[in-house]
Design a protein. Structure first.
Length: 154
């Protein structure tokens, strides 16, 4: 059992789209909803981010000069139900955590999206502070996702 401060972060949101649409928006549409200006390696120089849609595919951002910055690697690709990837934006891959995102149909329509971010112990002395930052960070990122899923401009 992890100490409380290193336990996996779990976030859930509901969106008014079907399961397949939600999975597609989260993955192939990530560049449309991810808040690059505040949640990226390049910040104001970041212009896009993308998943390569397969196990072993990259998750990365593209900067205005065309260079790419790795965020992680897809370890499970099961549309429209689940996606798992390593997570190390701006850090060495050896410090990567794991993020699992699942998509489940909701009774009456829509989809429940559940994100679990785990593996904080790999960050050593920075683990507790990083987990705290991501606790609020994922809330903001997923809020953007929900807004786009609901048709609102971001």
């Amino acid at each position: 059992m992890y100490p409380m401060d290193l336990s996996p972060l779990v976030k859930t949101v509901r969106v008014p789209l079907g399961e397949r649409e939600t999975f597609d928006l989260f993955t192939s549409g990530i560049g449309a909803w991810w808040p690059l200006a505040t949640h990226s390696v390049g910040l104001d120089r970041a212009v896009d981010c993308a998943f390569e849609p397969r196990v072993g595919g990259r998750l990365f951002e593209t900067l205005s000069d065309g260079s790419e910055k790795p965020w992680g690697v897809v370890t499970e690709w099961r549309p429209p139900r689940r996606l798992t990837f390593s997570w190390h934006p701006g850090r060495d891959a050896e410090t990567a955590q794991e993020v699992e995102v699942s998509f489940a149909p909701e009774p009456g329509g829509g989809t429940l999206v559940r994100l679990e971010h785990r593996g904080w112990d790999l960050l050593g002395d920075e683990a507790e502070a990083m987990r705290g930052n991501y606790d609020g960070g994922w809330d903001g990122v997923l809020d953007q996702f929900v807004q786009v899923a609901e048709g609102a401009p971001v």
